[in-house]
Design a protein around this ligand. Structure first.
Ligand code: ADP
Length: 387
């Protein structure tokens, strides 16, 4: 076989992997190793039709480098003749410099390492995956694709925080995330709705992590996430917008930065407000008032964010929903749009319930679309384009 591309996506305690062959957009084999560094890890492996493949029990997996070795061994059992020619790496942070995918060499790897303080919970895992993959496939091309890169088209004003300006030069600025998803949606819009893609667009990426991106001519103009992936919308376990005064107060009360970090990243958002679950499906199925309040807060934060970004765009022609909640939760899409008639948003209830690609009605001033995201395809096309 020829032209195999391995795509790696390192999360904080997981590694997603997939092999694509030649020009095929469906992975030949894909999988996930979960619970890395947390006792007994788990592995799931799927074939091209999405059917599970036996992968055994990996036991404890110390880090993302070891996870990659486990993944390679599991895939080799079913596909022994694969030769990896290229590896595409999802990298959370590209800092101010990386505005496009880049071929990884030692110098690039060092630059990515230097960005670790900007994303201490994620960058080390991406780097562990890169190091292990470069060692395992020394003759392959390794391409880094960044979650921040898509937003480097934002005007400087939208990258600023109103703190003393020397901090901006030291890297404290709004970077934005979910860029691989937004890049995919921008391309999908260009292909499917070229007329709309040139206009004022807001994309709502609503998954466990959630953010909004305002686009003009298919490029990011503003986004709800900022310096970190905590800002903006309420999320599964992350807080979203919060008055920094709250954090100062909690620190004065004796909370350490590690405790604050744990609270803001892992115990807030839908989980923090509901007290039971970070999962929107679970909350929607619950009769507990706290679950309903958590979902209502999420909806409110999305509406607030859409209005803010529409103001920055000077209007809105297209709203796109994507990711787990955006693609599947008709009730949440409905709740978000219900009171936005003043912005010209009107849903076709039946189309929304059925999850049609276009869910606005014929009177709506804003076209409302549902486009399933494929972050892996953004990486794949960068690798195929040569990085
Ligand atoms: P991640 O950010 O981890 O990639 P996803 O994009 O997979 O997350 O989104 C996960 C979220 O999507 C969860 O809150 C899940 O409950 C929600 N979700 C998925 N399917 C549905 C559904 N049918 N109804 C409501 N929420 C859903």
């Amino acid at each position: 076989m020829s032209g195999e591309t391995l795509i790696l996506n390192a999360g904080s305690s997981s590694l997603k992997f997939a092999i694509y062959i030649d020009e095929d957009d469906t992975p030949e084999v894909s999988g996930l190793i979960d619970r890395i560094g947390a006792g007994e890890a788990e592995i799931a492996l799927k074939d091209a039709s999405g059917q599970p493949l036996p992968a055994g029990a990996p036991g404890s997996v110390a880090d993302h480098g070891e996870a990659l070795m486990v993944a390679i061994r599991a895939m080799a059992k079913h596909y022994p003749d694969h030769t990896i020619k290229s590896v595409g790496h999802r990298v959370v942070h590209g800092g101010p410099e990386f505005a496009a995918p880049v071929l990884i060499d030692d110098a690039v790897e060092e630059k990515l390492m230097a960005l670790t303080p900007l994303a201490p919970l994620h960058q080390p895992h991406c780097l562990a995956g890169i190091r292990a993959a470069r060692a395992a496939f020394p003759d392959a091309r390794h391409i880094a694709c960044f979650d921040t890169a898509f937003h480097r088209s934002m005007p400087r004003l939208n990258e600023l925080y109103a703190i003393p300006r020397e901090h901006f030069d030291a890297g404290i600025r709004r970077y934005g995330f979910h860029g691989l998803s937004y890049d995919y949606i921008a391309n999908a819009l260009r292909d499917r709705h070229p007329d709309l893609s040139q206009g004022r667009v807001i994309v709502a990426h609503l998954g466990n992590g959630a953010s909004l991106c305002a686009m003009r001519d298919g490029r990011s103009v503003a986004t709800s996430m900022g310096f970190s992936a905590l800002d903006g919308l309420a999320m599964g376990t992350r807080c979203g917008n919060i008055d920094p005064g709250v954090l100062l107060y909690l620190m004065d009360q004796g909370m350490s930065s590690a405790e604050l970090s744990d609270m803001l990243y892992r115990r807030s958002g839908l989980l923090g407000l509901s007290g039971t679950s970070s999962d929107m499906r679970t909350l929607l199925a619950s009769s507990a008032p706290e679950a309903a309040e958590a979902a209502a807060y999420f909806v409110q934060s999305v509406r607030r964010g859409i209005a803010e970004l529409a103001a920055m765009l000077g209007g809105l022609e297209t709203l796109v929903f994507t990711a787990g909640i955006g693609e599947n939760a008709a009730a949440i899409r409905d709740a978000i749009c219900a009171e936005m008639g003043w912005m010209g948003i009107r849903l076709d209830t039946a189309a929304n319930d059925q999850g049609e690609p276009i869910i606005s009605d014929s009177e709506s001033g804003v076209q409302v679309l549902v486009i399933p995201t494929r972050e892996d395809l953004t990486i794949l096309s960068a690798v195929r384009a040569g990085g």
